[in-house]
Design a protein around this ligand. Structure first.
Ligand SMILES: [Zn+2]
Length: 110
């Protein structure tokens, strides 16, 4: 493990693994030596993958695609449709089922 490059979630090298350490609670940390010999401890749970290099998870707070909520549109009640029959002669709207135009007497045909 020691000597492996440590990359963050954007594949930027942050340092080289120097050692593993344990804290009092039994948590494992990666001791990473960064530039200028600066050491930092990274919780082992923050490691995404270990291969030729050590890959870290994205930092907390980054947007998670799985967290997206599906928006459900409110159902709009559809009023009962009652369209009148337009008279072919004068255009007067007669009630549905009317046989003759109440205005001009033209026979309503379908
Ligand atoms: Zn009519």
């Amino acid at each position: 493990m020691a000597g492996k490059d440590v990359l963050d979630s954007k594949a930027a090298k942050i340092g080289v693994v120097k050692d593993l350490s344990l804290d009092e609670g039994g948590n494992v940390y990666l001791v990473v030596e960064g530039e200028k010999g600066k050491e930092r401890s990274i919780p082992f749970g923050h490691v995404a993958r270990i291969g030729d290099v050590v890959l870290l998870r994205p930092p907390l707070g980054e947007p998670d695609e799985e967290d997206k909520k599906e928006e459900v549109p409110e159902p709009t009640p559809t009023p009962p449709i009652e369209t009148g029959l337009a008279c072919p002669s004068c255009g007067h709207e007669n009630r549905p089922g009317t046989n003759f135009c109440v205005k001009c007497g033209t026979k309503m045909t379908e």
